[in-house]
Design a protein around this ligand. Structure first.
Ligand SMILES: Nc1ncnc2c1ncn2[C@@H]1O[C@H](COP(=O)(O)OP(=O)(O)OP(=O)(O)O)[C@@H](O)[C@H]1O
Ligand SMILES: [Mg+2]
Length: 256
């Protein structure tokens, strides 16, 4: 998957400018940078989630398997099935644990031999099965925050995506639940391409193969701040040997 010269607007306001980024298959890419630099906006452009945001508009291309996901005739629902998303706050449906997983396969009309097997498989892959196997019919709201987030990951996996986008998936979780999600990401990497937005630089350093640093630049005439990609590379290079002073200032905590 790649972003090619992507600009993203909210009405007249250009929130993101000129982003070129190649995402490695079966790699974890972290997007980092100060608040308001457009990380969530860019992430949402990668599966057309911005279509659902009032006033949002994307220019440029997002290529996925040799196809621009914004090209005419592309079905955004199918895009979002292939490129799934996990949000900052766990957002299970007001349904049972079982039905949270079964919902996606049902509504997308997936051909499923045994829904029970599919539910077990998704929950196992999300490292949640052991904790919930005896209460599948209970409400998902009865789970802890960390369990709910793993349920949301299981729900995303259940429709067999190729890519998983995660927007600060651990920011509402304690350190132990965070570790579990990080372990899970490392396991899922074998089968999925993962893009994660995180404010936690240790987390980026721990899990990401490559890291992209963004910042917000003020437009000289309007004064509006727009998000730009400053530097992109192997995570170790970004953290140990940044090429741009702005990256160095950010990762060393001199700039927030
Ligand atoms: N729905 C919206 N309508 C208008 N402007 C928006 C909308 N969503 C975001 N913006 C603006 O776009 C810019 C980028 O916001 P975005 O949420 O992508 O930043 P971010 O890097 O994810 O920040 P944070 O780290 O705080 O989550 C900001 O100036 C923000 O105010
Ligand atoms: Mg954000």
């Amino acid at each position: 998957m790649s972003a090619q010269d992507v600009d993203i607007y909210y009405g007249e306001f250009r929130a993101v400018t000129g982003v070129d980024l190649d995402f490695g298959k079966n790699e974890i890419t972290a997007l980092i940078g100060p608040s308001g630099c457009g990380k969530s906006t860019l992430l949402r452009s990668l599966n057309r989630m911005n279509d659902l945001v009032e006033g949002a508009r994307v220019e440029g291309k997002v290529m996925f398997l040799d196809q621009d996901i914004y090209a005419k005739g592309v079905d955004p629902i199918e895009v979002r099935r292939r490129i799934g998303m996990v949000f900052q706050k766990p957002n299970p449906f007001p349904k049972s644990i079982y039905d949270n997983i079964a919902y996606g396969p049902r509504v997308t009309g997936m051909k499923v031999d045994s829904m029970d097997d599919l539910v077990e498989e998704a929950l196992t892959r999300a490292a949640l099965w052991g904790e919930v196997k005896d209460k599948l019919k209970q409400s998902a709201f009865g789970l802890s925050g960390g369990q709910q987030q793993r349920l949301c990951i299981a729900r995303t996996i259940a429709v067999e995506p190729d890519v998983i986008l995660m927007d600060e998936p651990c920011s509402a979780l304690d350190p132990i639940a965070t570790m579990r999600i990080e372990d899970l990401m490392r396991e899922l990497r074998d089968d999925y391409t993962i893009v994660i937005v995180t404010h936690n630089m240790q987390q980026a350093a721990r899990v990401a193969d490559r890291t992209a640093f963004f910042t917000a630049l003020a437009d000289e005439t309007s004064g509006d701040r727009t998000g730009v990609l400053v530097e992109y590379g192997q995570t170790s290079q970004i953290f140990e040997n940044p090429r741009d002073q702005r990256t160095e200032d950010y990762i060393s905590g001199r700039f927030g």
